[in-house]
Structures are given as structure tokens and as C-alpha cells.
Write a protein that binds this ligand. Structure first.
Ligand SMILES: [Fe+2]
Length: 341
């Protein structure tokens, strides 16, 4: 018990000494284009555009690429991001950044792409390779300015100080953790998220909900993180089922993206818990998608934790009950969705 209290105290001190900051946030239709204009207005001209080849082929980057070029930017492209990116992928991105003398990094993609962009921006600023920044607080100077457009709503990577890179030699996940990795600006553009298939929307959304609930029930309390976690839970309970039913519902897409951002901020500050600790092991063994592993484990861990956070769980239940009344009301007025008990 004493050790636990000491660890919680140490985390509080660490978080107070190295406070998390939120990126400037743009939301809504065409916010990705505004982000491109903002990069140029901020005085940068040679961004490295980091993305996944599949997004490029789908034409998802046409608008952003066109806008950057219209603004007079000399854009270089790095489309080598893959799921569970390796050190080799990041090194290739660093080489592209160096070869083009890029002055900023603009990323469009999911959590993997954002993680790769964070490490490229850090390594290029320090002129070092990936291994020099692996670990805690290894980023010794400000990164290249980082502009982020997430195309999924779940990881919260657009607001966190962490990047995960796989090492093919040791078969381990390398964590880069430093507040300097937090992006400068993020744009939550629902038009770039609406094509996400329903099953991925559900899995990533459950990841966001787990972030929010684990932060909300954490013993490391910070008032702003608590407020954001609470709001994220309410938004996800209300809008996640809607976007799973209808991916083209732009308003609901936007709220889910905002909820994911808020949940990301909350867990970046208050930390995660046993759900993530267990689900990472399951995913490593069976390749289970992260959000699905979280969803399966969540209720079991909440039951296990009730002895230490009963008050929090009671508040959570009240929130869900109020939401259920809203669901019933919406259903009677034609909203065709009702959760199971
Ligand atoms: Fe997660």
C-alpha cells in the first residue's frame, strides 16, 4: 500500500513538473485544409507529408496536397507508413526529411502514421537516429513543428506524448515518451474519417472509451483530465453507436473524433490501467485488434477495481443511466438505436 501511494505521488510530481499541453485544435469540415494554410501562415514552406500508401491511393490526401501547393509549399512525400511501424520505417522517414531539408512535418493517417511522424520530427530536430530517442525524456530539444490530421478516432495519438515503434531485431515495442512529442496543431476533419468501415470504427471507438474510463477511474486525479474524461465518455456513449450505424453522419463523426481527442488528453495525464496492461499482452499473443481486446476485458477489470473506485463507478453508472434515458427519448422520436442491457 505504501509503495502504491509512493508511485502515485511520484507520478503526480512528474506530471506536475512536465505538464501535458494540448495541441491547438481545429475541427469540422475542411479543417484539414485550414491546417495546411496555418502551416504556411506560421512561416513554414517545406513540410514532409507523412502518410500511408493506401490513403494516398484512395485520394484522401488530394485536398491537403493541393492546399499545401496552393499556399506555395514545397511538399515532400513519405508514404512508407505501415501498421505496427518498425525502426526501419522511421529511419526511412528521417532520411526523406533530411534529403528534402524539411522544416516541418504534416501527417495524415491513423495512430501508426502519427507515431512515425512524431519520431521523425524529434529525430530530425536532434539529427539523431531512432534509438537515440527511445525511452523516457530522451527528446532533448523541440521537435520540428508537427501538424496532425487523424483518419481514425481512437488512439488519441494526436494529443499524447507517446509514440510506439516496433524493433524487428528484439521483437519488442519501443516506447518514446516525452511531452515534446505532443503535436503543435491537430485538425479533426470528419470528411477524412467518414470512409472508415463500421467494424474499425467500433474497435477504435472502444479504445477511446477505454482510455476515457481508465483515466476517469485512475487514482492519479487531475481536475482537467477528469473533466475531459467525463465529457469523452458521455460523447462516446451517445455518438459511437450512431457512427457505427451510419458512417456518413458527419456530425456524429466529429463528436466521436473530439471525444477521442479528449480521452487522449485525459489518459496522457492520468494514465491507463489494467485493461490496457492485459489487452496489450493478448494482442501481442493473438494479434487481436487493440480496441476489441479492450472491449472484452473492460467490464471484468471494472468489476475487479470496484473496491478502490466505487465512488467513480457510481458516477459512471449515473452518466450511463442518464444517457440511456436520452437513447429511449431519441428512439421514440425516430432514432433507430437502443443499447442492450
Ligand atoms: Fe488504447
Amino acid at each position: 500500500m505504501m509503495l502504491k501511494r509512493f508511485i502515485n505521488f511520484a507520478i503526480k510530481i512528474f506530471t506536475s513538473l512536465f505538464p501535458s499541453e494540448k495541441p491547438l485544435l481545429l475541427t469540422g469540415k475542411d479543417s484539414a485544409l485550414k491546417l495546411a494554410s496555418l502551416l504556411r501562415l506560421s512561416g513554414y514552406r517545406r513540410p514532409l507529408l507523412v502518410t500511408e500508401k493506401s490513403l494516398l491511393e484512395l485520394g484522401l490526401l488530394d485536398g491537403v496536397l493541393g492546399q499545401l501547393k496552393n499556399e506555395g509549399c514545397d511538399v515532400s512525400l513519405f508514404d512508407g507508413v505501415v501498421p505496427n511501424p518498425t525502426c526501419d520505417v522511421v529511419e526511412a522517414g528521417i532520411s526523406a526529411c533530411k534529403a528534402n531539408d524539411s522544416d516541418s512535418v504534416f501527417v495524415v493517417g491513423g495512430g501508426s502514421a502519427i507515431d512515425v511522424a512524431k519520431v521523425i520530427a524529434a529525430c530530425r530536430a536532434m539529427n539523431v537516429g531512432v534509438h537515440a530517442v527511445v525511452g523516457l525524456l530522451k527528446v532533448k530539444q523541440p521537435t520540428l513543428p508537427l501538424y496532425v490530421v487523424p483518419t481514425t478516432s481512437g488512439t488519441g495519438s494526436e494529443v499524447t506524448s507517446t509514440a510506439v515503434i516496433s524493433d524487428t531485431k528484439t521483437h519488442e515495442k519501443n516506447f518514446v515518451v516525452d511531452p515534446k512529442l505532443i503535436p503543435s496543431v491537430a485538425a479533426l476533419d470528419p470528411e477524412l474519417i467518414k470512409s472508415l468501415p463500421s467494424h474499425i470504427t467500433a474497435a477504435t471507438g472502444m479504445d477511446a472509451l477505454t482510455h476515457a474510463i481508465e483515466a476517469y477511474t485512475s487514482l492519479n486525479r487531475f481536475s482537467d483530465a477528469e473533466r475531459d474524461a467525463e465529457l469523452a465518455i458521455q460523447l462516446l456513449i451517445k455518438y459511437l453507436p450512431v457512427v457505427c450505424e451510419d458512417g456518413n453522419n458527419i456530425k456524429a463523426r466529429e463528436w466521436v473524433a473530439i471525444a477521442s481527442f479528449l480521452a487522449g488528453y485525459a489518459f496522457n495525464k492520468s494514465g491507463l490501467g489494467y485493461v490496457h496492461a492485459i489487452s496489450h499482452q493478448i494482442s501481442a499473443l493473438y494479434n487481436t485488434p487493440h480496441g476489441i481486446a479492450n472491449a472484452v476485458i473492460l467490464t471484468r477489470v471494472l468489476r475487479f477495481n470496484q473496491g478502490v473506485c466505487a465512488h467513480r463507478l457510481a458516477k459512471l453508472e449515473t452518466m450511463l443511466r442518464v444517457q440511456k434515458i436520452a437513447w429511449l427519448t431519441a428512439s421514440s422520436s425516430g432514432w433507430n438505436y437502443l443499447p442492450n442491457d
